[in-house]
Design a protein around this ligand. Structure first.
Ligand code: AMP
Length: 393
């Protein structure tokens, strides 16, 4: 075995800790897994190490214990005392300050905790994950990679909201955007599929999963994106409402007697595909129900594809042209229906889908016809690899 460069990528949630171990000497994924139900006696640790899958039920009182179990498994199966070179952390919100990945210091952790004002569900858990890992690996560099960073330099007019300017400035209220590692990864892969330099391309990247965001990528940079100050804005999602008239919030608070937590929970956890269909937030279940004639499931499915089409149209205008549309994430990668439906009314832009390639291929590929003016691609995302690359950089 040649020289290994192990990079551990961590993604800490409030009750979960996802991990990936890469050997960055050749960008090989060595192990991945997830500790779930942290805080409970019957926590679950699922790991795939060198292709070997395992699922265990264990007491996981906190993130520290979860990380210790993960390291024990990695140590026994692959590390064998080979040191980890660095740890990369996925951090959801970098606030107004972080437009790039950063080497973690105490100040960085405090900033991440402070930016919980924009991402109350994610940033505190991300910061906790970093503190835990820094205790376990005190002597290696830790790098924070922000979901917001790719969108840091979108033009002012694309990120300002129409509220009093002083308040935008005072509180940092503006569009930040998310899924940055995913959008930048799939845009770069699309350029490779097209055999053209990324800088020369106008691409709309569609990350359609449990969370969904669309991004206008021009000259390799994010020019606009559908999510906003928080991941609630934009396209309808699994349980998030997407863009709605802000007056709906006031009305529901008054008529349903909801306080701040009540309305936050309703818009983040009970809305979107789940809220409209009443069936599920899981798109596979929506598709089955829709095929079986469930009208509300059809409505939810139709709103999703309609929203994605709306953004593609808008972003072709933002970019003043369009070379490629890229589909990624769980729904974008797997749902032939969603891709076909989204592309069906984009003829005016010069989009011609190759239905055979859309329905029958797998993995990274072009799914438009050779004479389509806009190339349509499917690119399974790899946010973890992007975080590992950022950590090395
Ligand atoms: P993600 O957040 O990227 O993991 O995506 C999760 C979403 O992808 C869920 O709504 C899943 O139902 C959906 N998904 C996963 N596999 C498929 C599939 N084969 N067909 C349709 N949707 C899928």
């Amino acid at each position: 075995m040649g020289e290994t460069v192990f990079v551990l990528v961590l993604n800490a949630g409030s009750s979960s800790l996802k991990f990936n171990l890469f050997d960055m000497a050749n960008e090989d994924s060595i192990a991945e897994g997830n500790a779930e139900r942290i805080g409970l006696e019957d926590g679950i640790l699922a790991c795939t190490i060198l292709g070997d899958k395992r699922k265990e039920t264990l007491p996981l009182p906190d993130h520290k214990v979860a990380l210790e179990f993960i390291l024990e498994r990695l140590q026994a199966a692959v590390l064998h005392d080979t040191p980890i070179h660095a740890v990369g952390h996925r951090v959801v919100h970098g606030g107004p300050k972080y437009g790039d990945s950063v080497l973690v210091t105490e100040e960085v952790i405090r900033d991440i905790e402070h930016f919980a004002m924009y991402a109350p569900l994610h940033n505190p858990a991300n910061a906790l994950g970093i503190r835990t890992a820094m205790t376990a690996f005190p002597d290696v560099p830790h790098v924070a990679v922000f979901d917001t960073a790719f969108h840091h330099n979108i033009p002012d007019h694309a990120r300002i909201y129409g509220i009093p300017y002083d308040m935008s400035q005072k509180y940092g209220i503006r569009r930040y955007g998310f899924h940055g590692s995913s959008h930048s990864y799939v845009a770069a892969r699309t350029a490779i599929l097209l055999c053209r330099p990324l800088r020369a391309l106008k691409i709309v990247t569609c990350h359609i999963g449990n969370g969904t965001s669309i991004c206008a990528v021009g000259q390799g940079k994010s020019m606009d994106t559908s999510m906003g100050m928080t991941p609630l804005q934009g396209v309808i999602m699994g349980t998030r409402c997407g863009t709605i008239d802000p007056s709906v919030v006031e009305m529901l608070m008054e008529y349903e007697h909801l306080d701040y937590n009540g309305i936050t929970n309703l818009l983040n956890k009970q809305s979107g595909l789940l809220g409209i269909s009443g069936v599920s937030s899981d798109f596979r279940e929506i598709e089955i129900a829709a095929e079986n004639g469930n009208d509300r499931a059809r409505l939810a499915r139709d709103l999703l594809t309609y929203n994605v089409r709306q953004y593609i149209g808008a972003y072709a205008t933002v970019l003043d042209g369009l070379d490629a549309i890229t589909f990624t994430a769980g729904i974008g990668t797997h749902s032939t229906f969603v891709r076909a439906k989204v592309c069906s009314k984009l003829n005016f832009l010069g989009v011609k889908l190759d239905h055979d390639a859309n329905e029958n291929g797998t993995g990274e590929r072009i799914i438009s016809t050779p004479d389509s003016r806009v190339v349509v691609t499917v690119v399974p995302t790899n946010e973890e690899l992007m975080i590992a690359r950022e950590t090395i950089r």
